[in-house]
Design a protein around this ligand. Structure first.
Ligand code: TMP
Ligand code: MG
Length: 212
């Protein structure tokens, strides 16, 4: 049986990293082979350019940084596909949905959601994207913003709006939205149920890996 592609998305402070780790642990303890990834992957040369940009140490034109984020996924695409075909499930903290909404949130006149999606076409498509939904009020309770580029209220409000636009687009069936306002354990339980359902569906129906 092939591995599955499970992605977490959501705003900063929604709890993606924690829930991602917990899901990876749960699946491993059930005997699944699991690879845990995150984008941006700051360990590659392209990832280091992205890191410098996010930390305010370099400037990049909007389209350029968008394409670097996309290239950072493409440089991993072959190995993602190979692992899935070899039976390893991949759990990723952020993927091309973040790529589209964060760039489109800048209100650049050319770089809208449609433009943003083009360079992502052909990437392995998630079997499920678990969207951890947090209200701006709950997010604020989790503490202040960090110092990175997009961690400000104006960007977060636009990102939130664009994520909901994406979830009512042709991509809507890729998403399972989970209320991330509950306790870690409550959220984890919901995440596990969604993940199991997605895994069982792929196996029961013999669904092939699809591409964006
Ligand atoms: P991180 O906080 O998950 O490390 O992500 C860093 C920031 O990069 C976050 O604000 C979201 C943003 N981002 C993009 O703008 N485009 C992308 O393709 C990805 C994966 C993240
Ligand atoms: Mg962050």
């Amino acid at each position: 049986m092939r591995g599955k592609l499970i992605v977490f998305e959501g705003l900063d402070r929604a709890g993606k990293s924690t829930q991602c780790e917990r899901l990876v642990e749960s699946l491993r303890s059930e005997g699944h082979r699991v690879r845990h990834m995150r984008f941006p992957d700051r360990s590659t040369p392209i990832g280091q350019m992205i890191n410098d940009y996010l930390k305010g140490q370099s400037e990049q034109e909007d389209h350029v940084i968008h394409l670097l984020f996309s290239a950072n996924r493409w440089e991993a695409a072959t190995s993602i596909r190979a692992d899935i075909e070899a039976g390893t499930t991949i759990v990723i903290d952020r993927y091309y949905y973040s790529g589209c909404v964060y760039s489109a949130a800048k209100n650049n006149p050319i770089l809208n959601l449609e433009w943003a999606r083009h360079p992502e076409e052909g990437l392995p498509r998630p079997d499920i994207c678990i969207f951890l939904d947090i209200s701006p009020a709950d997010a604020a309770k989790r503490g202040g913003f960090g110092g990175e580029k997009y961690e400000n209220q104006q960007m977060q409000d636009r990102v939130r709006q664009l994520f909901s636009q994406l979830q009512s687009s042709s991509e809507k069936d890729d998403f399972a939205t989970i209320d991330a306002g509950g306790s870690l354990d409550e959220v984890q339980l919901n995440v596990l149920q969604v993940a199991w359902r997605a895994i069982e569906r792929v196996d029961a129906e013999g669904l092939p890996l699809r591409f964006v």
